[in-house]
Each structure stands twice: as C-alpha cells, then as structure tokens.
Design a protein around this ligand. Structure first.
Ligand code: MLT
Ligand code: ZN
Length: 481
C-alpha cells in the first residue's frame, strides 16, 4: 500500500469511528472473524468481503457514515436481518462498508386515528406486528423470516408474504419513508398521507430499490382493525385449475375477506411427513392442497359457520376432494406450520433450482402444466415443487434434483436450461421473473433478458441520477452499462 493509500484508509477509519463510536464499527483488518456473520449470505451459500461493518444508532449517524463513504468513494451495502434470497444485502468488495441497521429499532409514532405506525428501519418485523397487536390493531405483513427480518429490508425488496391478497405487499402498506441518499443527506418523505400528489413518487422508487438508490431509515405504515373473525381451511384438490376456480368462488362469496390462499404439491406433503413433525390434516394423500384463510374484523356471523356450507357446495360440484376446517387455535397454527415447513423440507430432496415468479392468476394452471411438461422433457424425472401464493399469482416454482441424479450433475447440466424453460414460459404469459424476493446480485443478468429494454434504460438513468458514483449497493438490481 502506498503512503497515500494508507493515509486514506486511516482517514476513513477515523471518520467512521468518530461518527458511531469505537464499539459500533468493526474493521476487517482488525478482527476479520467478528465480521463473518455479516459477510455470510443468509443460508451460508456465499462468503462476501468488506472493509468494515458499522452499527449506527440513528438516522443522523447513518447520514454521516454515508457522507464519509461518499467522500472516500467507497461502496456502501445496507443490511437488515440478512434474510434475503438474492444476495441483495451481501457485500463483496474489500473496500465496502456494511451499514447494519439493527440499532435503529424504535417506534417513532403510533397514531390509531390515522391508522398508522412509524417505525425505524431496523425493527424486526415480528416486533412491529406485536407492538401493533398489543394496542388492539393488526399489521398485516407476514412471512417466514418475520422473527429475524427487519422492516427496512422488507421495504427494500417490497416483500410480499402470505397476506397480500387482502392487505397488499410492503409497497401498498407504506405511506411514507425517510431515507439517506447517496451524498449523505436525509430525504424526509415520512408522511402519513393517503393522498399526496406533489410530484414524483420518490417513496415508491426507494421501496423495492434494494438499497441502490438510498437507505430507508424509517417508514410510516398502515395498520388495520384486528382480525377478530377468522376461519382457516385445508383442502385437497385434483388439479391446479380446481384451485384457481375455488379461489374465484371464494372471492365471490367472501369478497374482500380472503387473506391467504396458498398452494402445496403432494411432494411437499410427502417430504413433510417423512422429515418433519407435520401430519397431513386429511386422511389420504392427494395431488394438490390449499391452505386458505378468511379474515374479518366484524363478528356478525362467524366465518367458520358460513364456510361449512360453502365447502359442501364445492365438494358437490366436484371442485375439492376433501377438506378440514380449523375448529380451534391449535389447528389454525398447525395449518400455518405446514405452510412454513414447505420451505425447510426441500433440502431433504437434494438440490433445488428455485424460482420466484408471478403470472396473472388466470394463467397459473397453464404455467404449471406447461412448465411441468417442458422440464420433464428436458430432464426426465426432475421433481417439480411449485408452491406458494396462488392468491396473488406468485408461485415458487422450484425444481428438485431427480432421485437418480447427483446434485452436482443436476446443477451443472440443468440449472441454466431448466431456468430458461420456466422463465420463458412465465415471460410468454406476461409474468415476472421476480415476484417478491427482489433482484439482488443473483438476478441482475436476468434483467437484461426479461426486463423491458426501455424500462431497464430508464432504471439505469434513475440510478445515475440518485447515485452518480455508483456507491449504493453496487452490482445489485441494475448495473451501469
Ligand atoms: C415462501 O413463500 O415461503 C418464501 O418466499 C419461499 C422462500 O423463502 O424460498
Ligand atoms: Zn413466498
């Protein structure tokens, strides 16, 4: 290292330490081991690199850290719970400064008259849910990682989860944001307004931008009346078409009250019974299952009572094969637990090629029929494992290694081929190659293939306008030409 370079490094260290204090910045060259949890990807798949990790405790400190990085022209990677699926919160540059937001975890305001809560970005999603529930309200964002993901990360990827159908995704739940932009200034768009037509919608640019345009440090979020009247059902079906028709019938009958509608293939049920504590709530195995939930804040008539006749009608019409209704809280939790377990049991079936795609709900059956046929032809005995949020068209269309093939051959020979097959079908159906997990660095190349070229060009210009030196989470979402 030249004298000038080492002086710059020393300056950067001094500035970061002065900003957040000794205990709140760790440098790789002082104690590399301490940084490891912040360098590792959530599932331990990749190890990254960084110069330092800083733990600011307030927005002003975040702003000063960003200003320092801007001055020194070093990359910034913002990190929340590090639970993302596309390597979006991973630093992979020895000059990078990781800004870990976990100490920004306060509730700034709770306003039941406006039906909003304002929280800092580092608050754990489950803590937001609890805080709101303890005050007699409901915060609807819910997903598998809710015990460790942070609300700022949820907004950064515009997270979806299991309640999108009734309440919307992270973007639809957010009324305002505060953010630190690339030069270290603070954008105050932390409004609790449901109407605000004052120029470009910067809030909605920042949401879903994965830290590439700025760092969301706080957000004002919608809250709802509590779900005091819910009904959970677990049904078996012969086909995906029947699942989609059942959804339509449910929505006609229980308009606005269908909050969750999740599909599971029989392979998931088989793996769960072999490798977890899950027992199928129905007597026999069937090709497909759906767990759905109806929710209402009114108790004029318990939803469960209405459902009994509804399910009987569906059975008479030959749409469902069998059904179980939850008669108490324990059974509801069992259905929820089944849904959560689908993800973790996949590892027992070997490697999976994973997709997070969406198509119009009316095209889901076509997607799965065409996808399954095409992947079977390309890779005999591959095991499709499509599951997820049928209610909002988002399918995790995963493909498991054939039982007679080893994981390494499957990945090396088939990953690109099978991915292209699925994503081409999705594209042909007017769908999206990334529905709720974002782009990160993992899907940057797919942007070239599947994103509209004009949209991609506009995104690059927006990125340049917000971040001319390409310091904010570089290499993620869109890369400069
Ligand atoms: C889910 O819906 O369970 C997740 O989005 C899937 C995943 O984490 O891979
Ligand atoms: Zn999902």
């Amino acid at each position: 290292m030249t004298n000038n370079a080492s002086k710059t490094v020393a300056d950067l260290k001094r500035s970061l330490t002065l900003t957040v204090g000794h205990g709140n910045v760790w440098f790789a060259d002082d104690d590399a081991a301490r940084l490891l949890p912040y360098l590792s990807e959530s599932r331990g798949r990749r190890m990254g690199r960084a110069f330092a990790v800083v733990f600011p405790t307030c927005t002003e400190e975040v702003a000063k850290v960003v200003a320092t990085c801007h001055f020194h022209k070093v990359p910034i990677v913002t990190q929340g719970g590090n639970t993302g699926r596309c390597f979006g919160a991973q630093a992979d540059d020895e000059r990078a400064v990781i800004i870990q937001l976990k100490h920004l975890n306060r509730v700034r305001d709770f306003d039941p008259d406006n039906m909003t809560i304002t929280v800092e970005a580092g608050m754990i999603l489950q803590d937001v849910q609890r805080y709101v529930a303890e005050r007699g309200y409901f915060f609807s964002l819910s997903l598998g990682a809710e015990g460790s993901c942070q609300i700022g990360g949820n907004l950064a990827v515009n997270a979806g989860g299991i309640n999108v159908l009734r309440y919307g995704n992270a973007r639809e739940l957010t009324l305002g944001v505060e953010a630190v932009i690339a030069n270290g200034t603070v954008l105050n768009a932390l409004h609790g307004l449901r109407k605000n037509n004052t120029g470009y919608d910067l809030k909605n640019l920042l949401i879903g931008s994965e830290g590439t345009l700025g760092i969301i440090t706080a957000a004002t979020l919608k809250i709802f009346a509590p779900e005091s009247n819910t009904s959970h059902a677990f049904i078996a079906l012969a086909s995906v078409e029947d699942a989609v028709t059942t959804l339509r019938r449910l929505q006609q009958r229980f308009e606005g009250r269908v909050s969750t509608f999740e599909l599971l293939p029989n392979l998931a049920m088989t793996l769960m019974e072999q490798h977890s504590d899950v027992k199928c709530p129905l007597d026999n195995h069937h090709p497909w299952y759906v767990w759905y939930k109806l929710a209402d804040s009114q108790i004029t008539r318990p939803l469960r009572d209405e459902q009994i006749t509804f399910l009987r009608d569906l059975q008479v019409d030959g749409l469902i094969i069998d059904a179980a209704l939850a008669h108490n809280e324990r059974v509801k939790q069992h259905f929820e637990h089944i849904r959560e377990t689908i993800v973790e049991v996949q590892k027992h079936a070997g490697f999976a090629i994973k997709h997070d795609v969406s198509v119009p709900v009316s095209s889901i059956a076509q997607l799965i029929a065409a996808g399954n046929a095409a992947v079977q032809q390309a890779c005999p005995n591959v095991r499709p494992y499509p599951f997820g949020h049928v209610g909002d068209g988002n399918i995790h269309y995963n493909l498991m290694c054939p039982e007679d093939m080893d994981d390494a051959s499957f990945m090396s020979q088939y990953k690109d081929k099978l991915q292209k097959i699925i994503l081409d079908i999705v594209d042909g159906l007017g769908g999206s190659f990334s529905a709720e997990h974002g782009i990160g660095s993992q899907k940057v190349e797919l942007m070239q293939t599947y994103q509209d070229p004009v949209a991609l060009d506009m995104m690059r210009r927006i990125k340049h306008a917000f971040d001319p030196f390409n310091l904010m989470n570089p290499g993620k979402v869109v890369v400069p030409r």
